[in-house]
Design a protein around this ligand. Structure first.
Ligand code: HSE
Length: 418
């Protein structure tokens, strides 16, 4: 039996993991690997004849069946994949940014050329989620997702919670240990999770979600005091990627910190672990959790995709029909101002008679019902820290109410999960 011939673009951490893992799969032959630096020392040493510093030598090699793209970023990755598809190759990629920003284009091209793009590794690393949604969960109508899709931010928030430390201190330590990047923006500002939920929600809802309609807030403003207070009220704070869709095709997709009840599974997903909770009919709720990044977990997903192609390669003209991504209908976006949420609000108020009454009146005038309100004494500087948790209300009204609290300092406003 002939082997499936693959070319790899990128031999970084994940690429090395894929190379090592594929040594155990004799039906797969790695033909060529494009690297940036031919002389770099790596944890694997492929024969030098296999290496090239020109990715077009991979995508233009007529003997290669599948191109595995592991460099990330939109360009030049997009150009390599475009050329590869036009040259008749199937694609396996871990590139969440490319899928979120130019997925519609690249999937359309793949359809035209009757080729598949598989991307299990792009969403939640090693957790099997895309393939299960497309196969064994295909009979479900999924209408809600809650997920922890970024390990770096989950690590930082977990450390802040466990150690009572500040965001800045934990980030610095995480960078020193190599858990956070030198420029952590992509992770801590929620971009990485936003890319992932864009594609995940598109697949789960079978409707196109556009990245520009995904609301995004990072974790940089979370204070250690918020962590402590959230705990006292029975919550943890997590960076949650959430998506829901109603029967009229209106989709609410966002990434932001959330207080989530300690009674939920997601509240106990700690450090770099990721988790995805899907709600659908007829299944109900299912939670998948596991390693969202790293050499071998990500390689597991990449190699799984390669083997899925290998299983059908040469047997049919129309490879893996369930794996295609050709949703033509675009979901209607719901603006964040129009969404309904519960809110945790931390306020520092002057110690004056009637302050709590005023907070209550402003909320009442906006039809905002309060679930909890707590003040623990008065500080030496004659101010009082007040924590408010509201019932569900419209975001627009909360913003208006907070703007009216002119004599108070608003320390934090964090949405609270249902
Ligand atoms: N930077 C990501 C994370 C992993 O921290 O989870 C790759 O998507």
């Amino acid at each position: 039996m002939s082997k499936l011939r693959i070319g790899i673009i990128g031999l970084g951490t994940v690429g090395c993991g894929v190379y090592k893992t594929l040594q155990n799969h004799e039906n797969i032959e790695i033909v060529k690997i494009a690297v940036k630096n031919l002389n770099k020392k790596r944890s694997v040493e492929p024969p030098s004849s296999m290496l090239t510093d020109n990715p077009f030598e991979v995508v233009n090699d007529s003997s290669i069946d599948v191109v595995v793209e592991l460099i990330g970023g939109v360009e030049p990755a997009y150009s390599y994949l475009e050329a590869a598809i036009k040259n008749g190759k199937h694609i396996v990629t871990a590139n969440k940014e490319l899928l979120a920003k130019r997925g519609a284009e690249i999937f359309k091209l793949a359809e035209e050329y009757n080729r598949v793009i598989l991307y299990e590794a792009a969403i939640a690393g090693g957790i099997p989620i895309i393939m299960p949604i497309k196969t064994i969960l295909a009979g479900n109508k999924i209408n809600k997702i809650h997920a922890i899709l970024n390990g770096t931010t989950n690590y930082i928030l977990t450390k802040m919670d466990v150690e009572g430390a500040s965001y800045e201190d934990v980030l610095k330590e995480a960078q020193e240990l190599g858990y956070a990047e030198t420029d952590p923006t992509g992770d801590v500002e929620g971009f990485d999770a936003a890319y992932k939920i864009t594609t995940l929600a598109t697949i789960a809802f079978k409707k196109k979600i556009k990245l520009e309609n995904v609301y995004r807030e990072g974790i940089t403003k979370i204070r250690k005091e918020d962590m402590k207070e959230a705990n006292e009220f029975g919550y943890k704070i997590k960076l949650i990627a959430t998506a829901s869709i109603d029967e009229n095709n209106n989709a609410d997709v966002r990434v932001h910190p959330m207080l989530i009840s300690k009674d939920t599974t997601l509240a106990h997903i700690d450090y770099v672990t990721n988790a995805v909770e899907l709600n659908g009919f007829p299944l109900g709720k299912v939670v998948l959790s596991g390693p969202g990044a790293g050499e071998f977990p990500t390689a597991s997903s990449v190699v799984g995709d390669v083997l899925a192609i290998e299983a059908e390669f040469g047997k049919t003209d129309y490879l893996l029909p369930m794996m295609r991504c050709n949703h033509s209908e675009v979901a209607n976006p719901i603006k964040i101002e129009d969404t309904y949420n519960k809110y945790y609000i931390s306020i520092t108020a002057p110690n004056a008679i009637g302050v709590i009454a005023k907070i209550g009146t402003i909320c009442a005038n906006k039809n905002i019902s309060l679930s909890s309100i707590l003040q623990r004494g008065v500080s030496k500087d004659n101010t009082a820290d007040i924590t408010v948790i509201t019932e569900k209300c419209q975001e627009k009204l909360i913003r208006e109410a907070v703007a009216e609290l002119t004599e108070c300092r608003i320390n934090s406003i964090i949405r609270v999960a249902d």
